[in-house]
Design a protein around this ligand. Sequence first.
Ligand code: ASP
Ligand code: MG
Length: 412
Amino acid sequence: MALIVQKYGGTSVGSPERIKNVARRVASWRAKGHQVVVVVSAMSGETNRLIALAREVQAQPAPRELDVLAATGEQVTIGLLSMALMDIGVKARSYTGGQVRVLTDSAFTKARIVSIDEGNIRRDLNEGHVVVVAGFQGVDEAGSITTLGRGGSDTSAVAIAAALKADECQIYTDVDGVYTTDPRIVPEARRLETITFEEMLEMASLGSKVLQIRSVEFAGKYKVKLRVLSSLEELGKEGPGTLITFEEDIKMEQPTISGIAFNRDEAKLTVLGVPDRPGIAYQILGPVAESNIDVDMIIQNVGHDGSTDFSFTVPRGEFAKAMAILEQIKSHIGAREITGDNKITKVSIVGVGMRSHVGIASKMFRTLAEEGINIRMISTSEIKISVVIDEKYLELAVRVLHKAFDLDQVPA
Ligand code: ASP
Ligand code: MG
């Protein structure tokens, strides 16, 4: 018997019929003798609807009241799912975040979990209940309802799994696992059996949006094994999904590269011919940071004749704003020219196996060169190599890299 925390997202509980399917799936885990805690999101579209409703009434909804409102979406789902479980003879009890006592700070709409009282949940589990908990929400010290930020029920599930020291936290979603890359671009993309937390964080931050990043960080920190599974597969025929775990728990020899991630949402800015002197990076990036623009890659060239070039990337939506800032400081920092390009994308290969293999970067660059794809920027970390290329080459780059690193082959 294991203690399992399962989380079902908005699509999985999007209609009464789907809620009944979830109930049947939960029942099948109970029937195998496991203890099950289920964390649910609001029915799909519901949180958006509630937020839109708030905006119709108050242009800038008061954060505390917005949380009171937004938290109702999950409350609907826990009631319905508990009923659906009872209807098929499974003992079930629902809890809002506040009833469990998921204690958070008071940062309304983006609260952080401080502690979880597992007393109620434990007691109900021991009495044979399935415990159904509203994700995305908690209460602060004063008893005010808080929410954890969009997508926050993943984090709720992981936090509850950590508090209960659950054997596994299963995230049920509309895909059957984490893939080597986006199957819409590479049909040969494969579901990964396992991936490490570090790799998952890199893949997620690069735009593979299966899980909320915060929940992955949380799970890594508190050593919660996470599994991504599909709630849309037929009962009894479901696959094993993808287990996100620790490097030392992965028995097989790791392939060098686990996956290829990409991010279309990038734009590049270049400051040409600035004086090569201390403080110049700060003078350029300081005003950008002050405007709350997230800078991703940064490159400064070797200086020549006392001047240098400086490039960085920002989210595409911030491109115009960042260009305006640079134009404004151009004469002050003594730059010759400002240029920009918002038709770029970032492609990255990710894998912990990189640590113990040489020649990965050169293989990546050769593969791209053979297709005539020009690399505009490069950055690396211990387990990742990213390149910025022209947007029009994105799909080609992902396809040839996927093949070059044998990601379409099942590892021996
Ligand atoms: N219902 C919330 C949202 O839509 C939380 C979640 O789904 O994880 O953001
Ligand atoms: Mg979600």
